[in-house]
Design a protein around this ligand. Structure first.
Ligand SMILES: Cc1ncc(COP(=O)(O)O)c(C=O)c1O
Length: 342
Protein backbone atom coordinates (compact mmCIF):
# COMPACT_ATOMS: atom_id res chain seq x y z
CA UNK A 1 0.00 0.00 0.00
CA UNK A 2 1.26 3.50 -0.84
CA UNK A 3 1.92 5.69 2.17
CA UNK A 4 -0.94 8.23 2.41
CA UNK A 5 -0.50 11.95 3.19
CA UNK A 6 -2.88 11.51 6.13
CA UNK A 7 -5.11 8.66 7.38
CA UNK A 8 -8.08 9.63 9.54
CA UNK A 9 -9.29 6.06 10.04
CA UNK A 10 -6.02 5.29 11.83
CA UNK A 11 -6.46 8.41 13.88
CA UNK A 12 -9.94 7.43 15.03
CA UNK A 13 -8.69 3.93 15.90
CA UNK A 14 -5.82 5.43 17.92
CA UNK A 15 -8.29 7.43 20.02
CA UNK A 16 -10.31 4.35 20.98
CA UNK A 17 -11.72 3.38 23.41
CA UNK A 18 -11.68 6.91 24.88
CA UNK A 19 -13.47 8.37 21.85
CA UNK A 20 -16.47 6.04 22.05
CA UNK A 21 -16.62 6.50 25.83
CA UNK A 22 -16.67 10.28 25.41
CA UNK A 23 -19.49 10.13 22.88
CA UNK A 24 -21.48 7.73 25.10
CA UNK A 25 -21.02 10.07 28.08
CA UNK A 26 -22.64 12.92 26.13
CA UNK A 27 -25.49 10.75 24.88
CA UNK A 28 -26.17 9.45 28.40
CA UNK A 29 -26.13 12.95 29.85
CA UNK A 30 -28.55 14.31 27.25
CA UNK A 31 -26.95 17.76 27.06
CA UNK A 32 -25.96 18.37 23.46
CA UNK A 33 -25.00 22.04 23.18
CA UNK A 34 -23.20 24.58 25.40
CA UNK A 35 -22.84 22.13 28.28
CA UNK A 36 -20.11 20.79 30.54
CA UNK A 37 -17.98 19.25 27.75
CA UNK A 38 -17.74 22.56 25.90
CA UNK A 39 -16.93 24.40 29.11
CA UNK A 40 -14.26 21.90 30.10
CA UNK A 41 -12.77 21.85 26.61
CA UNK A 42 -12.60 25.65 26.57
CA UNK A 43 -10.72 25.67 29.86
CA UNK A 44 -8.36 22.91 28.81
CA UNK A 45 -7.65 24.39 25.39
CA UNK A 46 -7.04 27.90 26.78
CA UNK A 47 -4.56 26.39 29.26
CA UNK A 48 -2.86 24.45 26.47
CA UNK A 49 -2.48 27.69 24.46
CA UNK A 50 -1.24 29.62 27.51
CA UNK A 51 -4.07 32.15 27.22
CA UNK A 52 -6.93 33.09 29.56
CA UNK A 53 -9.98 32.38 27.40
CA UNK A 54 -11.05 30.01 24.68
CA UNK A 55 -14.48 30.22 23.08
CA UNK A 56 -15.48 27.13 21.12
CA UNK A 57 -17.34 27.76 17.86
CA UNK A 58 -18.62 25.81 14.88
CA UNK A 59 -15.53 25.99 12.63
CA UNK A 60 -12.22 27.69 12.05
CA UNK A 61 -13.86 29.93 9.48
CA UNK A 62 -16.40 31.08 12.08
CA UNK A 63 -13.62 31.58 14.65
CA UNK A 64 -11.93 33.99 12.23
CA UNK A 65 -15.13 35.78 11.23
CA UNK A 66 -16.50 36.21 14.75
CA UNK A 67 -13.11 37.28 16.13
CA UNK A 68 -12.85 39.94 13.43
CA UNK A 69 -16.35 41.15 14.19
CA UNK A 70 -15.60 41.22 17.93
CA UNK A 71 -12.47 43.25 17.15
CA UNK A 72 -14.73 45.86 15.55
CA UNK A 73 -13.92 45.04 11.93
CA UNK A 74 -16.78 45.76 9.55
CA UNK A 75 -17.89 47.42 6.31
CA UNK A 76 -15.42 49.97 4.93
CA UNK A 77 -12.46 48.37 6.72
CA UNK A 78 -9.49 46.65 5.14
CA UNK A 79 -7.80 43.59 6.62
CA UNK A 80 -4.37 42.39 5.49
CA UNK A 81 -4.12 38.65 4.77
CA UNK A 82 -1.33 36.60 3.17
CA UNK A 83 -1.85 35.61 -0.46
CA UNK A 84 -0.89 31.99 0.27
CA UNK A 85 -3.36 30.42 2.68
CA UNK A 86 -6.52 28.35 2.83
CA UNK A 87 -9.29 30.42 1.28
CA UNK A 88 -11.28 30.76 4.58
CA UNK A 89 -8.73 33.28 5.89
CA UNK A 90 -9.89 35.76 3.25
CA UNK A 91 -13.50 34.55 3.18
CA UNK A 92 -13.82 35.38 6.89
CA UNK A 93 -12.80 38.98 6.19
CA UNK A 94 -15.50 39.25 3.53
CA UNK A 95 -17.92 37.52 5.93
CA UNK A 96 -17.21 40.23 8.51
CA UNK A 97 -18.19 42.81 5.88
CA UNK A 98 -14.64 44.06 5.26
CA UNK A 99 -12.19 43.94 2.34
CA UNK A 100 -9.27 41.49 2.31
CA UNK A 101 -6.00 43.00 1.11
CA UNK A 102 -3.82 40.24 -0.33
CA UNK A 103 -0.16 40.58 0.60
CA UNK A 104 2.85 38.52 -0.47
CA UNK A 105 4.57 35.87 1.66
CA UNK A 106 8.25 35.20 2.30
CA UNK A 107 10.16 33.05 -0.20
CA UNK A 108 11.65 30.77 2.44
CA UNK A 109 8.80 30.26 4.94
CA UNK A 110 5.52 31.01 3.08
CA UNK A 111 4.15 33.25 5.82
CA UNK A 112 3.01 36.88 5.62
CA UNK A 113 5.97 39.10 4.72
CA UNK A 114 6.02 41.87 7.39
CA UNK A 115 7.61 44.39 5.01
CA UNK A 116 4.99 43.73 2.33
CA UNK A 117 2.29 44.03 5.00
CA UNK A 118 3.67 47.41 6.10
CA UNK A 119 3.60 48.60 2.49
CA UNK A 120 -0.07 47.59 2.14
CA UNK A 121 -1.37 49.65 5.09
CA UNK A 122 -3.83 52.41 4.21
CA UNK A 123 -5.95 54.69 6.38
CA UNK A 124 -8.69 52.02 6.14
CA UNK A 125 -6.61 49.12 7.46
CA UNK A 126 -8.20 47.84 10.68
CA UNK A 127 -6.44 44.53 11.32
CA UNK A 128 -3.77 42.10 10.13
CA UNK A 129 -4.25 38.32 9.95
CA UNK A 130 -0.93 36.46 9.76
CA UNK A 131 -1.37 32.73 9.11
CA UNK A 132 0.84 30.17 10.83
CA UNK A 133 0.88 28.23 7.58
CA UNK A 134 1.72 24.50 7.64
CA UNK A 135 2.20 24.81 11.43
CA UNK A 136 5.10 27.28 11.29
CA UNK A 137 5.00 30.17 13.74
CA UNK A 138 4.66 33.34 11.64
CA UNK A 139 6.07 36.64 12.89
CA UNK A 140 3.35 39.12 13.88
CA UNK A 141 3.85 42.36 11.94
CA UNK A 142 4.33 45.29 14.35
CA UNK A 143 2.26 47.85 12.49
CA UNK A 144 0.37 49.40 15.38
CA UNK A 145 -2.73 47.51 14.19
CA UNK A 146 -4.70 44.75 15.95
CA UNK A 147 -3.51 41.28 14.96
CA UNK A 148 -5.70 38.19 14.65
CA UNK A 149 -3.57 35.05 14.32
CA UNK A 150 -4.92 32.42 11.95
CA UNK A 151 -3.73 29.40 13.93
CA UNK A 152 -6.00 26.91 12.15
CA UNK A 153 -2.94 24.80 11.27
CA UNK A 154 -0.83 25.64 14.31
CA UNK A 155 -2.06 24.13 17.58
CA UNK A 156 0.91 24.44 19.92
CA UNK A 157 3.02 26.63 17.60
CA UNK A 158 1.86 30.05 18.76
CA UNK A 159 3.71 32.30 21.21
CA UNK A 160 1.51 32.72 24.33
CA UNK A 161 3.17 36.07 25.06
CA UNK A 162 2.69 37.50 21.55
CA UNK A 163 0.78 40.80 21.45
CA UNK A 164 -2.13 39.58 19.31
CA UNK A 165 -5.77 40.39 20.00
CA UNK A 166 -6.75 36.74 19.50
CA UNK A 167 -5.96 33.54 17.66
CA UNK A 168 -8.46 31.51 15.63
CA UNK A 169 -8.18 27.70 15.55
CA UNK A 170 -9.81 25.05 13.39
CA UNK A 171 -10.61 21.52 14.52
CA UNK A 172 -11.34 20.23 11.03
CA UNK A 173 -10.65 16.47 11.22
CA UNK A 174 -7.24 16.62 9.48
CA UNK A 175 -5.92 19.38 11.73
CA UNK A 176 -3.30 18.67 14.43
CA UNK A 177 -6.17 18.78 16.92
CA UNK A 178 -8.90 17.43 14.68
CA UNK A 179 -12.44 16.56 15.69
CA UNK A 180 -14.97 14.09 14.34
CA UNK A 181 -16.74 16.89 12.49
CA UNK A 182 -16.36 20.66 12.27
CA UNK A 183 -15.15 22.88 15.08
CA UNK A 184 -13.09 25.94 15.91
CA UNK A 185 -12.12 28.26 18.75
CA UNK A 186 -11.20 31.87 19.44
CA UNK A 187 -8.39 32.08 22.01
CA UNK A 188 -7.55 35.36 23.72
CA UNK A 189 -6.41 37.03 26.94
CA UNK A 190 -9.10 39.70 26.45
CA UNK A 191 -12.18 38.91 28.57
CA UNK A 192 -14.38 41.43 26.74
CA UNK A 193 -13.47 40.02 23.34
CA UNK A 194 -14.18 36.47 24.59
CA UNK A 195 -17.57 37.55 25.96
CA UNK A 196 -18.49 39.19 22.69
CA UNK A 197 -17.59 36.04 20.71
CA UNK A 198 -19.74 34.02 23.16
CA UNK A 199 -22.68 36.30 22.39
CA UNK A 200 -22.01 36.25 18.65
CA UNK A 201 -21.89 32.43 18.49
CA UNK A 202 -25.35 31.95 19.99
CA UNK A 203 -27.74 34.49 18.42
CA UNK A 204 -26.79 36.92 21.22
CA UNK A 205 -29.59 35.35 23.24
CA UNK A 206 -29.67 37.05 26.61
CA UNK A 207 -31.35 35.53 29.68
CA UNK A 208 -34.50 37.54 29.00
CA UNK A 209 -34.51 36.54 25.31
CA UNK A 210 -33.52 40.01 24.21
CA UNK A 211 -31.17 39.96 21.21
CA UNK A 212 -29.13 43.13 21.18
CA UNK A 213 -26.78 42.03 18.38
CA UNK A 214 -27.87 40.66 15.04
CA UNK A 215 -25.83 37.51 14.59
CA UNK A 216 -26.37 33.78 14.11
CA UNK A 217 -25.48 30.29 15.26
CA UNK A 218 -21.87 29.16 15.43
CA UNK A 219 -22.12 26.72 18.35
CA UNK A 220 -19.93 23.64 18.80
CA UNK A 221 -21.71 20.39 19.71
CA UNK A 222 -21.07 18.68 23.05
CA UNK A 223 -20.12 15.47 21.23
CA UNK A 224 -17.49 17.39 19.32
CA UNK A 225 -16.16 19.05 22.49
CA UNK A 226 -15.95 15.66 24.23
CA UNK A 227 -14.03 14.19 21.27
CA UNK A 228 -11.68 17.18 21.19
CA UNK A 229 -10.90 16.68 24.90
CA UNK A 230 -9.71 13.16 24.03
CA UNK A 231 -7.56 14.47 21.17
CA UNK A 232 -6.13 17.30 23.26
CA UNK A 233 -4.70 14.84 25.78
CA UNK A 234 -2.68 13.25 22.97
CA UNK A 235 -1.67 16.45 21.22
CA UNK A 236 1.81 16.90 22.78
CA UNK A 237 2.80 13.33 21.83
CA UNK A 238 1.24 13.75 18.38
CA UNK A 239 3.23 16.95 17.80
CA UNK A 240 6.44 15.25 18.87
CA UNK A 241 5.78 12.48 16.35
CA UNK A 242 5.11 14.98 13.53
CA UNK A 243 8.44 16.65 14.31
CA UNK A 244 10.18 13.28 14.18
CA UNK A 245 8.66 12.57 10.77
CA UNK A 246 9.78 15.92 9.35
CA UNK A 247 13.28 15.55 10.81
CA UNK A 248 13.61 12.09 9.24
CA UNK A 249 12.66 13.37 5.78
CA UNK A 250 14.99 16.35 5.99
CA UNK A 251 17.88 14.15 7.10
CA UNK A 252 17.20 11.55 4.41
CA UNK A 253 17.06 14.05 1.53
CA UNK A 254 19.38 16.96 2.32
CA UNK A 255 19.51 17.96 -1.35
CA UNK A 256 15.78 18.61 -1.56
CA UNK A 257 14.58 22.17 -0.91
CA UNK A 258 13.52 22.66 2.74
CA UNK A 259 12.35 25.73 4.63
CA UNK A 260 14.58 26.79 7.54
CA UNK A 261 14.08 24.58 10.57
CA UNK A 262 12.13 26.08 13.48
CA UNK A 263 11.74 24.44 16.90
CA UNK A 264 8.19 25.83 17.24
CA UNK A 265 7.01 24.23 13.99
CA UNK A 266 4.22 21.69 14.63
CA UNK A 267 4.26 20.28 11.08
CA UNK A 268 0.58 20.27 10.30
CA UNK A 269 2.04 19.78 6.84
CA UNK A 270 5.58 18.83 5.93
CA UNK A 271 6.30 20.59 2.64
CA UNK A 272 9.10 20.80 0.16
CA UNK A 273 9.30 22.75 -3.11
CA UNK A 274 9.96 21.18 -6.49
CA UNK A 275 10.21 23.09 -9.76
CA UNK A 276 9.00 20.25 -12.02
CA UNK A 277 6.28 19.31 -9.59
CA UNK A 278 3.95 17.01 -11.50
CA UNK A 279 6.78 14.87 -12.93
CA UNK A 280 8.36 14.65 -9.46
CA UNK A 281 5.09 13.64 -7.79
CA UNK A 282 4.37 11.04 -10.46
CA UNK A 283 7.76 9.41 -9.79
CA UNK A 284 7.21 9.10 -6.00
CA UNK A 285 6.24 5.71 -4.55
CA UNK A 286 4.10 7.46 -1.89
CA UNK A 287 1.14 9.86 -1.93
CA UNK A 288 1.64 13.62 -1.95
CA UNK A 289 -0.67 16.64 -1.66
CA UNK A 290 -0.63 20.30 -2.68
CA UNK A 291 -1.39 23.13 -0.26
CA UNK A 292 -2.23 25.23 -2.17
CA UNK A 293 -2.19 25.05 -5.95
CA UNK A 294 -3.42 28.64 -6.34
CA UNK A 295 -2.44 31.78 -4.48
CA UNK A 296 -5.43 33.93 -3.50
CA UNK A 297 -4.39 36.27 -6.32
CA UNK A 298 -5.31 33.44 -8.73
CA UNK A 299 -8.61 32.43 -7.07
CA UNK A 300 -11.52 33.39 -9.30
CA UNK A 301 -13.74 34.59 -6.45
CA UNK A 302 -10.99 36.77 -5.02
CA UNK A 303 -9.85 38.50 -8.23
CA UNK A 304 -11.82 41.64 -7.28
CA UNK A 305 -9.52 42.00 -4.25
CA UNK A 306 -6.22 41.78 -6.14
CA UNK A 307 -4.30 45.05 -6.00
CA UNK A 308 -0.85 43.76 -6.93
CA UNK A 309 0.71 40.48 -7.98
CA UNK A 310 2.16 38.41 -5.15
CA UNK A 311 5.05 36.66 -6.91
CA UNK A 312 6.35 34.69 -3.93
CA UNK A 313 2.90 33.32 -3.06
CA UNK A 314 2.39 32.42 -6.72
CA UNK A 315 5.78 30.68 -6.88
CA UNK A 316 4.92 28.68 -3.74
CA UNK A 317 1.59 27.67 -5.27
CA UNK A 318 3.44 26.41 -8.37
CA UNK A 319 6.03 24.37 -6.46
CA UNK A 320 4.82 23.30 -3.03
CA UNK A 321 4.38 19.57 -2.29
CA UNK A 322 3.03 18.09 0.96
CA UNK A 323 4.59 14.81 2.12
CA UNK A 324 2.97 12.10 4.27
CA UNK A 325 2.94 13.46 7.83
CA UNK A 326 0.58 12.28 10.54
CA UNK A 327 1.13 10.92 14.06
CA UNK A 328 0.01 7.37 13.28
CA UNK A 329 2.47 6.87 10.40
CA UNK A 330 4.60 3.78 11.10
CA UNK A 331 8.39 3.65 11.24
CA UNK A 332 8.35 1.41 8.15
CA UNK A 333 6.31 3.97 6.26
CA UNK A 334 8.68 6.79 7.28
CA UNK A 335 11.55 4.71 5.95
CA UNK A 336 9.69 4.05 2.71
CA UNK A 337 9.14 7.78 2.21
CA UNK A 338 12.79 8.51 3.05
CA UNK A 339 13.89 6.02 0.39
CA UNK A 340 11.41 7.44 -2.11
CA UNK A 341 12.69 10.99 -1.55
CA UNK A 342 16.15 10.07 -2.80
C1 LIG B 1 -5.22 28.47 7.44
C2 LIG B 1 -6.67 28.10 7.61
N1 LIG B 1 -7.54 29.05 7.99
C3 LIG B 1 -8.84 28.76 8.18
C4 LIG B 1 -9.34 27.50 8.00
C5 LIG B 1 -10.80 27.25 8.16
O1 LIG B 1 -11.09 26.26 9.09
P1 LIG B 1 -12.45 25.41 8.97
O2 LIG B 1 -12.30 24.49 7.82
O3 LIG B 1 -12.52 24.72 10.29
O4 LIG B 1 -13.57 26.38 8.78
C6 LIG B 1 -8.46 26.46 7.61
C7 LIG B 1 -8.91 25.08 7.40
O5 LIG B 1 -9.60 24.73 6.50
C8 LIG B 1 -7.09 26.78 7.41
O6 LIG B 1 -6.22 25.83 7.04
Amino acid sequence: MRVPVVDLARRAAALEPELSAAIARVVDRGVFLLGPETEAFEEEFAAYCGRRHAVAVASGAEALRLALRAMGVGPGDEVIVPALTAVPTAAAVVGAGATPVLVDVTADTAVLDPAAAAAAVTDRTRAVVPVHLYGRRAPLPALGLPVLEDAAQAHGATDPTAPSAAAAYSFYPTKNLGGIGDGGAVVTDDADLADLVRRLRNHDRGDDYDHALVTGNARLSEIEAAALRVGLRRLPADTARRREVAAAYRAAAPDLWWPPDDPHHVYHLCVTRVADREAWRAARPFDTGIHYSRALTHQTGYLPYVRAACPEAEAWAAETVSLPCFPEITDDEIEAVCRGLQ
